[in-house]
Design a protein around this ligand. Structure first.
Ligand code: FES
Length: 148
């Protein structure tokens, strides 16, 4: 199966599941982007959060930034034009990569859940997620990865 066929089959299967469930979620709600990795952090375009449906502009609540140089992705939540959180998607329990489910991040290993600011909502994890300062300038969102 070539790449194009894989994508076509995957989207058809996802669409079928979505229609069967009566909801529009996973295929359309999660946006993965690569981001530009610089010396001090990641930069993404604020427009990555924008959506257009029926001529109306809306905003995604989050995007997931992946970069080959990073061991884990960073989930960036949007609260307003100038307010974001950037969370390292590594569970603080035993290090499993988290999954984004709307306004929370869930661990597939043992069920820990974190809110969109990285605070633990359900254990066994006992520590908040690693988070990074975010600054916005000229529609560019900078995620400062220097902070430990
Ligand atoms: S590794 Fe995430 S809950 Fe255990």
């Amino acid at each position: 199966m070539d790449r194009r066929e894989f994508i076509r089959n995957g989207c058809a299967a996802c669409l079928s599941a979505t229609v069967a469930a009566g909801i529009l979620s996973s295929c359309t709600s999660t946006r993965y982007i690569s981001g530009a990795l610089g010396k001090d952090g990641l930069t993404i375009d604020a427009a990555e959060f924008m959506t257009r449906q029926k001529g109306k502009t809306g905003y995604r609540s989050f995007v997931i930034v992946r970069n080959n140089a990073l061991q884990y992705p960073v989930c960036v939540y949007r609260f307003s034009e100038n307010e974001y959180s950037a969370l390292w998607m590594q569970c603080t329990h035993q290090g499993t990569e988290l999954q984004a489910l709307g306004d929370r991040l869930q661990c597939p290993a043992h069920g820990s859940e974190f809110d969109n600011k990285g605070m633990v909502k359900t254990g066994p994890a006992g520590k908040s997620l690693r988070s990074f300062p975010v600054t916005v300038s000229n529609n560019q969102i900078f995620i400062d990865l220097r902070v430990v």
